[in-house]
Design a protein around this ligand. Structure first.
Ligand code: GLY
Ligand code: MN
Ligand code: MN
Length: 477
């Protein structure tokens, strides 16, 4: 049986201890103090049903512990204290085994553990020993009794005892930048899990393509509702051990692909249309994030193929500049240039009106068909933590995604072990002056890239991406 409180029976405790040691070192380097970190709250769904429980990403990164109602206190000495639910034979009959504070130190490598019912007393004792308390600002603000108000209560309790010589922290500091920076650089265990998550998701995309191909072979004039395709994805995720999708799956038939955050619904996908799937599983706390766009019946029509090849070329250009020493934003600039040129070549944009590719970029005319960024950090959260700007570098004039010019820091320099998505797209809504044969085509191609010593590795290529290869997969029985 899987150990209570832990996703994986083969969890490497030493890794979590090493992360806590690194965070303690970062605390010392930043002046010392104690870090306070709760896991995520249980969220009510309706009546007496809760949403499936999902731990807090920071908390799990440092503990590997996935039960609710748990707290980690980490002193700058490296001493780690866990608070968790006590063993409770009758509750465990209903809700499953609990690790309990007695077993926690051996199971998780923490120095001490207490019943979470003792939280107030343990906090008072620990906080009194440190002049600075660190916690993630703005975390779980939706909790009725958020972290900040709990801390306020504990600090007020200590302050009230000042006359008896009880000390109280005088400084509160945001833990998020320290943790985010650690999480941005993935260690070997993390990359191994992310590779497995990406492989499962790639298999799910390939399954969805085969499923559509088989349905349209059997019934060429039929249709397939988006929710049936979503069911194929979920089946594949779960049968390989993924705990859940990393984010709500986008399965968009035809024109729905032009809605960037469209959720799989009941629109029928018909022969001749494209299907855009943006879906990725979460495995042992790590996300994958893949988008493929394929023809429902396995054959790209000419206008679809024209735009598809432009998006694919844009992604190749983004991947080519994703390497150590490059900046995060370089991939976006490279993709935009290819997309903008493609818009001019296909007549989506009018050279007479919009000028050449430099003018299209300068005026941001390309945003009519490409209005989002080309990628984000990927890790425990699909839009993972990590600063996007090089805050240590002097501000310089920059242009943001909306064409706004401002004086801000350049984007961050990539280093090996960072993971980014590369996800260019083209979305053509009907509009005057836009060639009709492109109307309602929405295409995105997204892969997960690990920055390596010399470039990047696309870990999600277990599903074809070239148009010919997608067609070949969909032709095969
Ligand atoms: N699936 C969310 C994204 O691509 O950012
Ligand atoms: Mn995505
Ligand atoms: Mn993404």
């Amino acid at each position: 049986m899987q150990r209570p409180g832990c996703y994986s029976a083969v969890m490497n405790i030493a890794n979590f201890s090493a992360r806590r040691a690194r965070l303690a070192q970062a605390l010392r380097a930043a002046g010392g103090g104690i870090a306070v970190l709760p896991t995520a709250p249980v969220c009510a769904r309706n009546a007496d049903n809760d949403h499936p429980y999902r731990h807090d990403s920071h908390f799990h990164y440092l503990t590997g512990f996935d039960e609710p109602q748990a707290w980690l206190l980490l002193a700058d000495s490296g001493e780690a204290t866990l608070l968790c639910r006590a063993k409770d034979a009758s509750r465990e009959i209903w809700d499953g085994l609990r690790l309990g504070p007695q077993a926690a130190p051996a199971a998780l490598g923490v120095n001490a553990a207490f019943d979470v019912e003792q939280l107030d007393a343990v906090m008072a004792e620990q906080l009194a020993k440190h002049p600075t308390v660190w916690f993630p600002f703005g975390l779980h603000t939706d909790m009725r009794s958020g972290l900040t108000s709990r801390l306020d209560e504990w600090l007020a309790g200590l302050r009230a005892q000042a006359r008896n010589g009880v000390k109280c922290p005088t400084t509160q500091r945001d833990l998020t930048p320290l943790l985010a920076d650690m999480r941005l650089h993935k260690d070997g265990d993390e990359l191994a899990t992310m590779r497995r998550a990406a492989a499962i998701s790639a298999g799910a995309h390939a399954r969805a393509m085969r499923f559509c191909a088989a349905r349209f072979r059997a019934e060429p004039l039929g249709s397939v509702p988006e929710y049936e395709i979503e069911a194929e994805l979920l089946h594949e995720f779960r049968r390989h051990g993924s705990q859940s999708p990393a984010y709500p799956s986008i399965v968009a038939a035809g024109a729905n692909a032009c809605v960037l955050h469209y959720a799989a619904g009941n629109t029928p996908l018909r022969a001749g249309e494209l299907c855009l799937i943006d879906a990725g599983c979460e495995l042992d706390g790590y996300a994958s994030d893949i988008t493929r766009t394929f023809p429902a019946d396995g054959r790209f029509r000419a206008p679809q193929r024209d735009l598809y090849d432009i998006v694919l070329a844009a992604q190749a250009a983004a991947a080519a500049v994703t390497r150590p020493g490059a900046r995060h934003r370089d991939a976006h600039h490279a993709a935009v240039r290819v997309l903008a040129q493609g818009m001019l070549d296909t007549g989506l944009l009018d050279r007479e009106v919009d000028g050449n590719v430099d003018a299209v970029i300068e005026t941001t005319a390309y945003r009519q068909f490409y209005m989002h960024g080309t990628g984000h950090w990927l890790g425990r959260d699909v839009h993972d933590v990590g600063e996007y700007l090089a805050l240590g570098e002097a501000p310089a004039p920059q242009v943001d995604g909306a064409g706004q010019k401002s004086l801000t820091h350049p984007s961050r320099v990539l280093q090996p072990g960072m993971v980014v998505t590369l996800e260019p797209g083209l979305y053509v809504r009907p509009a005057a002056g836009v060639p009709e044969h492109f109307w309602n085509i929405g295409i995105r191609i997204e892969d997960d890239a690990v920055v390596t010593a010399s470039g990047c590795e696309l870990i999600s290529r277990g599903v074809p991406v070239a148009a010919d290869e997608i067609e070949a997969l969909m032709r095969a029985d």
